[in-house]
Design a protein around this ligand. Structure first.
Ligand SMILES: Cc1cc2nc3c(=O)[nH]c(=O)nc-3n(C[C@H](O)[C@H](O)[C@H](O)COP(=O)(O)OP(=O)(O)OC[C@H]3O[C@@H](n4cnc5c(N)ncnc54)[C@H](O)[C@@H]3O)c2cc1C
Length: 359
């Protein structure tokens, strides 16, 4: 298999657990090179059960730093809201090539099981078939931010505002003196630096925080619902298949799940099963995510306020978020329209946007 991100390493662990010899080829000199020790959220609302338990069921030990977030402060264009949930809304994990990150934890688990990890080895031919886990090929969303040290208190803050993050959201996350502040935008990438600076100014004013040793980071990602995850004897997983939440860009969970499902099909010699397996577990979520993205982008400030209003009226925001992702008749009816609209704006955007980078 190639690609040693969460999807490829989850696939390697699952295949190894089934007794197979596994080789993972990774183009870069280490895992996690795409990331810079920034915090990412491992979402915990699309299932009733906890994501950490689900990962354990896939053979992934939670040896990475993970901080449960039960309270988040959210700014809509007019008001500020505090949402609390009895169970974690998400877990903050760190990404990158450092001890304690998700990437280093998965690497350590892979090596501990004797799986061969060939770092610095780009795309092999995989003549005999295998898993393709090479990460994103599109750029539907761009996140740009800073990681930094701070004296600020722990907290999770988000802002839904086109002034800060067109059609997306801005966030500030602080855990034990480490911080990440970023604008995650789904449009107008050509002005990304402006949105980042506005985001920093906004949170400085609203929350008040200091940034020491600030390092800039950024990246892009894409989403899709592919007609198939298979090409010949190759199974595509994680972002290489387009498996990512289209509404807000949560991709880690889908990446590890799809990697594990692909490995399961591969070791059984039943490649045909893969499409059925990911469709059962992820198909509905992916399609509802596309519909959510369409509505979120279309409604703009009214939609942001409407979502905040709905969340204000629920005793448990986690279960409301779960319901938003649940396949429904309405989502099924809207899906073809949403998919078409997103494809058209993607084509228009390709003409409009400058090449994506962190610069
Ligand atoms: C800035 C940013 C913030 C994000 N925040 C969140 C968040 O808060 N929550 C969340 O759930 N998701 C978030 N995501 C998305 C999440 O990081 C991805 O969905 C997830 O990492 C996808 O995992 P993957 O294994 O599919 O791909 P990747 O993590 O991209 O891993 C792919 C690997 O394949 C390697 N590779 C590429 N080409 C080759 C080749 N030809 N040969 C060999 N190896 C190759 C790459 O070097 C890389 O190591 C964020 C993404 C970005 C960019």
């Amino acid at each position: 298999m190639f690609g040693a991100g969460p999807s490829g390493l989850a696939a390697a662990l699952a295949a190894n657990q089934a007794g197979r010899r596994v080789i993972v080829h990774e183009r870069c000199s280490d895992v996690g090179h795409r990331f810079h020790d920034d915090f990412q959220g491992l979402e915990n609302w699309t299932t009733d059960g906890d994501v950490i338990d689900e990962l354990a069921g896939l053979g992934i030990e939670p040896t990475f730093d993970h901080t449960p977030i039960r309270e988040a402060v959210v700014f809509d264009p007019r008001r500020v809201h505090t949402y609390r949930s009895p169970r974690p809304l998400f877990y903050l994990v760190r990404r990158g090539a450092r001890a304690g990150t998700l990437d280093f934890s998965l690497k350590a688990q892979v090596l501990a099981r004797g799986i061969e990890l060939r770092l610095g080895e780009g795309r092999p031919l995989l003549r005999e078939g295998g898993v393709v886990a090479q990460g994103p090929h599109g750029s539907d969303a761009v996140a740009l931010g800073y990681v930094f040290e701070t004296k600020a208190a722990d907290g999770a803050f988000a802002a839904m505002s086109d002034r800060l993050a067109p059609k997306g959201y801005a966030y500030l996350l602080v855990v034990r003196g480490q911080g990440t502040v970023a604008s995650c935008m789904f449009d107008e990438f050509q002005n990304k630096q402006v949105y980042l600076e506005r985001t920093v100014a906004f949170f400085r004013e609203q929350v008040g925080f200091d940034m020491q040793n600030a390092r800039r980071f950024g990246g892009a990602g894409g989403f899709d619902v592919p007609p198939t995850g298979r090409r010949g004897d190759l199974l595509f997983v994680g972002e290489a298949a387009g498996f990512q939440d289209a509404l807000w860009g949560f991709g880690m969970r889908y990446a590890m799940l799809s990697g594990s499902l692909a490995a399961r099909s591969l070791v059984r010699g039943r490649l045909d099963d893969y499409d059925r397996l990911w469709e059962e577990r992820l198909g509905g979520l992916l399609r509802t995510g596309i519909v959510n993205r369409f509505l979120y982008g279309r409604l703009g400030a009214r939609g942001y306020r409407g979502l905040a209003w709905l969340l204000d009226r629920t005793a448990d925001p986690r279960s409301l978020l779960g319901r938003l992702y649940r396949p429904s008749l309405l989502a099924r009816l809207l899906y073809p329209i949403a998919r078409q609209a997103i494809r058209s704006s993607r084509r228009a955007g390709l003409r409009r946007r400058q090449p994506i980078g962190t610069g």
